[in-house]
Ligand binder design. Structure first.
Ligand SMILES: *Cc1c(COP(=O)(O)O)cnc(C)c1O
Length: 393
């Protein structure tokens, strides 16, 4: 019989990865095959990823992180010193960091409080003659209004890049994020993302020149990757270095895990979606704002479940209650304009980001992962209820 006492007090982590036996076996099989780095598995993952996204015009390029993929895309666009790239302030630091890798300047834009994504109006206001690209983030797993940003990008003749680290399998206007013909979309397979390879990522683009440049630059600017060299018949020793590249390729061990994760991406999504639906009901009527839902022709990936407390002063007490109940939580995100490096380097003023400031003050992210049980979700929800009931909205 199940020990209920144990169940009811066991810690609930913020996130937990649980592999299947098949996933463990697939990684081990790659190790035993003797070919550990980028090879057959990575090639197969690229093909299967394109198939999953469902756009026959795209190419997928596997990389060892979303950060690396975003950097490669900006590099392929020729973005460099003197150029500006608009990024959300409400994002993980990687979105802005890759702009500095290119020697270009990140320009931060405020969020839209209704979508939690970057605001199209704020992006428009941030455009200057030096702007070369806009990077949008599909925050929490809800698609930003891609068409609105595309209109701005097209009008300005600049690139639109999607940081889709939260956005698999996010849907927008009937198609998956990655299939909307933006300049490029970059996904993350980091440990706590919706599918994982430990560390890893995928670029998708319809532009063959961008895909080709990313392929060369992910392996040192070498014109053939190691798999092409060592599995070829003749002159295996010979390769040329055609550019000063990077070391951003995905290992076959990671790719083997990624293939099986991708195969159950919809099953993992369903489990997340069930927890999100439970939270929505269980937290209704409390003085807080639930994360925005996807419209009928879209799909929320439910990468994370961020709530906003109507009274930010209640957050500290809720965090203490979670700590005492041994429930994991997080904050997504302390905005970049409040981070020392970004604030000081680019002389950012907090007053320029009122929506992000007010969201940040009251936001807290609840635990959400595919193997979470409804009983665990109820423990989370009842902790929130106990803290907030009786408070004014
Ligand atoms: C996780 C994350 C990244 C970075 O992904 P890596 O694969 O770890 O490089 C970038 N942007 C956002 C919004 C993220 O959440």
């Amino acid at each position: 019989m199940k020990d209920r006492t144990m169940d009811e007090t066991a810690p609930i982590p913020f996130f937990r990865f649980v592999p299947t036996d098949a996933e463990c076996d697939a990684v081990t099989a790659v190790m035993r095959s003797g070919w550990l780095t980028t090879g057959r598995e990575a090639l197969a993952l690229e093909a299967e990823f394109s198939e999953f996204i469902g756009d026959s015009a795209i190419q997928s390029v596997a990389v060892n992180s979303c950060t690396a993929g975003l950097h490669l895309v900006l590099e392929a666009l020729g973005i460099g010193p003197g150029d500006e790239v608009i990024v959300p302030t409400m994002t993980f630091t990687a979105t802005a960091e890759i702009v500095t890798y290119c020697g270009a300047t990140p320009v931060f834009a405020d969020m839209d409080p209704d979508t939690l994504c970057v605001s199209p109006q704020a992006v428009r206001k941030a455009i200057t003659p030096r702007t070369r690209a806009i990077i949008i983030v599909h925050f929490a797993g809800l698609a930003a209004d891609i068409d609105a940003f595309r209109a701005i990008a097209d009008e300005q003749g600049i690139a639109l890049v999607e940081d889709a680290a939260h956005a698999l399998p996010t849907g927008y206007r009937g198609g998956l994020v990655g299939s909307h013909g933006t300049t490029a979309t970059v996904f993350s397979f980091y440990a706590n993302k919706t599918i994982t390879t430990g560390e890893g990522g995928m670029i998708t683009t319809r532009d063959p020149a961008i895909a080709a440049r990313c392929r060369v630059m992910r392996t040192h600017g070498i014109d053939r990757d190691a798999f092409g060299r060592f599995s070829g018949k003749s002159r295996q020793w010979e390769y040329d270095v055609v550019a000063g590249g990077f070391k951003y390729n995905l290992t076959d061990m990671a790719a083997a895990l990624g293939r099986l994760q991708l195969a159950r991406a919809m099953e993992l999504w369903q489990a997340r979606s069930d927890i999100a639906a439970f939270y929505r009901e269980a937290l209704a009527g409390l003085p807080l704002v639930l994360p925005p839902e996807a419209p009928a022709d879209g799909r929320h990936s439910w990468h994370i479940y961020p709530i906003q407390l109507s009274d930010p002063a209640a957050r500290e007490g809720l965090m203490t209650a979670f700590d005492e109940a041994r429930i994991g939580y997080s904050v997504h995100y302390k905005p970049l304009h409040l981070m020392t490096f970004w604030r000081d380097t680019y002389r950012l003023n907090a007053q320029d980001f009122p929506a992000a400031n007010s969201y940040f003050d009251g936001c807290i992210t609840l635990p959400l992962y595919p193997t979470m049980t409804l009983e665990q979700a109820e423990r989370v929800a009842s902790t929130v209820r106990r803290q907030l009931e009786g408070r004014a909205a």
